[in-house]
Design a protein around this ligand. Structure first.
Ligand code: ZN
Length: 239
């Protein structure tokens, strides 16, 4: 019963702190004076703000709440004391929140694998000297011209139409843009967002995404109009 009470109290503290910090961040991030930061540091700042509630709640729970409970809570031999309705309910809420985050991550990964497998049918390796493995794939109607997919083994996918229509220099800049997303682990960051959902965070995520786009080399200004008008990211896990 002591261990169960400890888990319930820790989860209660975690979910309360997570919700409080998330609500604060969702409301207050725009009033912070972010516009004077450079684009790259602004993107890092927005990402840090987005993950702050999760990181702070996890660290505080494991660094302070769990040890404090073990030190200060009397290990009563009498187990009739019970857990208490409120910690039990909030503990269940915390578990549901964690389960929801895991579910969102797993479904995103599953959908990614399925879509990428389809895009990769008939693909061939493209050697353009961009310093990383890139794959050209036969264009399909739903396939984007250029995208970075994957988290553990990120790959840049380029449609054959893009390779045919861009000049070598334009293609090189476009690939550098995607490789910058790869180095910055932007797809992993998007998965972290999916793990810690909270109402009102979508605008912060979209501000981060737009800033991250502007941070890296821009091939779009010199590209054909059709390329500029196409959605480069057709899925939330692609950059
Ligand atoms: Zn991009």
């Amino acid at each position: 019963m002591f261990a169960l009470r400890g888990i319930a109290v820790s989860l209660t503290f975690f979910v309360l702190l997570y919700c409080l910090l998330s609500a604060l961040v969702a409301v207050a991030w725009r009033s912070l004076n972010l516009l004077h930061a450079r684009e790259q540091s602004l993107a890092s700042l927005l990402f840090a703000l987005r993950v702050l509630p999760l990181a702070a709640s996890v660290v505080t729970t494991f660094a302070f709440v769990v040890p404090s409970f073990q030190l200060l809570e009397p290990r009563s031999i009498n187990s009739d004391e019970g857990i208490g309705a409120m910690p039990l309910a909030l503990g269940v809420c915390a578990l549901l929140l964690i389960a929801c985050g895991c579910f969102r991550v797993i479904t995103a990964q599953t959908r990614t694998s399925r879509v990428v497998a389809r895009w990769l049918e008939g693909a061939r390796l493209l050697n353009v000297g961009a310093g990383a493995q890139t794959v050209t794939f036969c264009s399909r109607r739903e396939a984007p011209p250029l995208t970075l997919v994957g988290v553990r083994r990120p790959r840049v996918l380029v449609s054959e139409a893009t390779v045919a229509l861009l000049s070598h220099q334009e293609l090189h800049i476009a690939l550098k843009h995607e490789l910058a997303h790869m180095r910055s682990r932007d797809n992993l960051k998007k998965l972290v967002f999916r793990f810690c959902p909270f109402p009102g965070m979508a605008r912060l995520e979209s501000a981060w995404s737009q800033t991250a786009e502007l941070t890296w080399p821009q091939p779009w200004s010199s590209s054909p109009a059709w390329f500029q008008s196409m959605p480069l990211r057709s899925a939330p896990w692609a950059s």
